[in-house]
Ligand binder design. Structure first.
Ligand SMILES: NC(=O)c1ccc[n+]([C@@H]2O[C@H](COP(=O)([O-])OP(=O)(O)OC[C@H]3O[C@@H](n4cnc5c(N)ncnc54)[C@H](OP(=O)(O)O)[C@@H]3O)[C@@H](O)[C@H]2O)c1
Length: 267
């Protein structure tokens, strides 16, 4: 499968690296206006011993012409330039640009089949959470291809486009919210006497481990809470404070604010 990347920056490098790692017959072709960036992309994504796996194109039109599916991985403000450069393009195009609607692409590129993805920053370490929406011309074969490519970089779920604002509010902006919580837990550990670095490492391992446990054992959050709550024990003492607070309301308002801002930016 030949996979194109227009824009060879952070997200493109992470996605292409995951795809090359997961899909044996993946052949990547990319272009970036920044020649240094393009060289870094090729070095980062290359498959050892397979010099054909990742190659540079001479321009964006050449990327689109030479691939089965093409990721549009430039900043949203650059997208009008790209659409002009690849005017007349057909084929399967996957935009990861925040806030640009499928209708914009389908109007500009009447022969193209469009998928719009809302990825998130943990894509950079192969742990993406993404929602994506298929345009009106996407085929069932396209659906399988896109699902396979995105799943190589983490969790990816197909949704109606109207729900991508909620994806933005939850998992798109979510890494910043979770990072704040990790900071607060670290501060709390340090306030109780732990060296700050130790508190930070314990917090990171607790967040990652809790997520893995929930997922790996198919437990609900309530089941896990019950499992670790001995009568009159330490967890119950902490929960009494946490659950009497308005933390659930604060988190609901946080995600709602980010979701609403995404709607405003996209309207
Ligand atoms: N980073 C994230 O966590 C994240 C999360 C969700 C969604 N996204 C979306 O992912 C997209 C890419 O983000 P990113 O962080 O990977 O950006 P990035 O690192 O800046 O990569 C974009 C690359 O595209 C290049 N470029 C600019 N104009 C171009 C053109 N006409 N033709 C080809 N390449 C061109 C840029 O070069 P110059 O720097 O020289 O302009 C840059 O190297 C954005 O639309 C963003 O909304 C990112």
């Amino acid at each position: 499968m030949r996979i194109g990347f227009i824009g060879a920056g952070n997200m493109a490098t992470a996605l292409a690296g995951a795809i090359v790692g997961a899909i044996d017959d993946a052949r990547i072709v990319a272009f970036d206006v920044d020649a240094g960036r393009l060289t870094e992309f090729i070095h980062a994504v290359a498959r050892p011993g397979d010099s054909d796996a990742v190659t540079a194109a001479a321009g964006n039109a050449q990327v689109v012409d030479g691939c089965d599916v093409c990721f549009l991985a430039v900043k949203p403000q650059v997208m009008p330039t790209i659409l002009a450069e690849i005017a007349g393009a057909g084929g399967l195009l996957v935009s990861i640009a925040a806030g640009i609607r499928i209708a914009t692409f389908e109007t500009a590129l009447p022969d193209a089949r469009i998928v719009r993805v809302m990825p998130n920053t943990p894509c950079l370490v192969g742990a993406m959470a993404a929602g994506y929406a298929n345009g009106s011309r996407v085929t069932s074969e396209d659906r399988e291809v896109v699902s396979r490519l995105l799943s190589s970089a983490g969790y990816a779920v197909e949704l109606p486009e109207r729900l991508l604002d909620a994806v933005t509010g939850l998992s798109g902006s979510g890494p910043a919210f979770v990072a704040r919580l990790i900071g607060a837990f670290t501060d709390a550990g340090a306030a109780n006497g732990l060296p700050r670095e130790v508190a930070y490492r314990l917090t990171l391992a607790t967040f990652a481990g809790t997520a893995r446990l929930l997922d790996g054992h198919a437990m609900t959050p309530d089941e896990l809470v019950t499992m670790v709550s001995s009568p009159n024990g330490t967890t119950v003492a902490g929960r009494a404070v946490l659950e009497a607070s308005d933390i659930a309301d604060v988190i609901a308002s946080t995600v709602a604010a980010a979701t609403n801002r995404s709607k405003e930016l996209g309207s």
